[in-house]
Design a protein around this ligand. Structure first.
Ligand code: NAD
Length: 373
């Protein structure tokens, strides 16, 4: 089976789907690998590194001859047009948001496999690219926020006076939020965090953060580990809590996502106005609509004296780690689904059923189907 990796074309994308180490592993398992020349450059992997690992390096048209193509971002219509009929591909897809891409893949009977659909179960942890990338993003969000602040994080007692620690407020204690707490704590800030899932309280506290409980939090539904939309009553109570807390915060990091839905607006314009001049908001949910009403995708803007950071691709700012971890995730999934002779799909098995979106000209993924049909 020939595995191909093409260069990412999305703006500001520095990652690549396979690292030289991942190529070595695939070669050991008797797969053939071809990488587009220059595909690893932005992650500091040279063509020679891939050649040394045992891959071929070729032109885009040579790579599109592969049986299975790997990418970080969703394949574009132009790329799908160049793919072989009945071939296969793996990337982040967010398939329920891209019906036209699904149609284009189906029209060529391409088996498409989505990294964002890997079930959040222990057995699939090594394939979980959402977590590997969110973890890096949480770290980078704190550093970006710190850079935009006109003050330091830790308590510092000096001959010239005492500097009080910065206050960091975090919304959402998923993978990104927990890493943001850990990073802000390591830098010496006072950290508070709220989440709709009450079970996150213990995780926040174990990292040295203070958990902010919204009264009436019972009844928040969790499905497959993901939070469902909360009630209007909960949101109102949560808004009151945020109104009280946000006035004192130096840095706010928002990570609240709801699977398959637009992100909830947690920080309104009125709340931004109430914040201290010079404070910063890093909106990590900006790609799915944003948690702050004023943040702008891929822009850093100042509104009402508050700096709003809307960087939508934080993992790409750490391409070496992000590509290495993504390559481990995608290779582990690939080895679960294929052998050197081709794909070997057991559509009753939990991980396979979770990740395969289109197969043999059919939209086979239940969640995507329920949204698109
Ligand atoms: P996510 O990115 O989908 O959401 C981020 C956080 O935002 C979540 O903690 C969510 O509860 C929170 N949130 C949603 N709406 C909110 C609101 N209105 N206000 C405040 N917070 C809000 O989450 P994730 O990091 O991808 O993790 C999703 C789940 O999967 C978690 O339960 C996590 O523990 C679990 N998980 C399991 C595994 C595994 O077992 N292999 C791996 C990774 C994650």
């Amino acid at each position: 089976m020939l595995i191909g990796v093409i260069k990412e074309t999305k703006e500001f994308e520095h990652r690549v789907a396979l690292s030289p180490d991942a190529v070595k592993l695939l070669k050991k398992k008797e797969f053939e690998v071809i990488i587009e020349s220059g595909a690893g450059q932005s992650s500091y992997f040279s063509d020679q590194d891939y050649l040394d690992a045992g891959a071929k390096v070729g032109s885009p048209s040579e790579v599109f001859q592969a049986d299975l193509l790997l990418k970080v971002n969703l394949f574009t219509p132009e790329e799908i047009a160049q793919m072989k009929d009945k071939s296969a591909c793996i990337s982040f897809m967010y398939a329920y948001q891209h019906p036209q891409i699904i149609e284009a893949l189906n029209a060529k009977s391409i088996t498409s496999i989505s990294m964002d659909a890997v079930p959040r179960i222990s057995r699939a942890q090594k394939m979980d690219a959402l977590s590997s990338q969110a973890n890096l993003a949480g770290y980078k969000a704190v550093l970006l926020g710190a850079n935009h602040l006109g003050k330091i994080f830790p308590l510092m007692m000096t001959a010239s006076g005492t500097i009080t620690p910065a206050k960091v407020l975090i919304f959402g204690a998923g993978v990104a939020g927990l890493q943001a707490i850990a990073t802000a704590k390591r830098l010496g800030a006072i950290v508070e965090c709220t989440d709709v899932r009450p079970e996150t309280k213990e995780q926040v506290e174990s990292l040295g953060g203070r958990f902010l409980t919204v009264e009436g939090a019972e009844g928040v539904k969790v499905e497959g580990g993901y939070a469902k939309e909360v009630s209007a009553e909960y949101l109102e109570k949560q808004q009151q809590l945020i109104r009280d807390k946000i006035k004192d915060a130096d840095l706010v990091i928002t990570t609240a996502l709801v699977m398959g839905k637009k992100s909830p607006i947690l920080v309104t314009e009125e709340m931004v106005k109430s914040m201290k001049t010079g404070s910063v908001i890093v909106d990590m949910a900006v790609e799915s609509g944003g948690n702050c009403a004023l943040s702008e995708k891929n822009k850093t803007v100042v509104k009402h004296g508050v700096t709003l950071v809307g960087e939508s691709n934080l993992p790409s700012l750490l391409p070496v780690n992000a590509s290495n971890l993504y390559a481990t995730n995608i290779t582990t999934l690939l080895l679960h689904l294929a052998n050197p002779l081709g794909l070997n799909l057991d559509m009753e098995e939990e991980i396979t059923k979770g990740v395969v979106i289109t197969h043999e000209g059919q939209l086979v993924h239940p969640f995507t189907k329920s949204i698109l049909q």
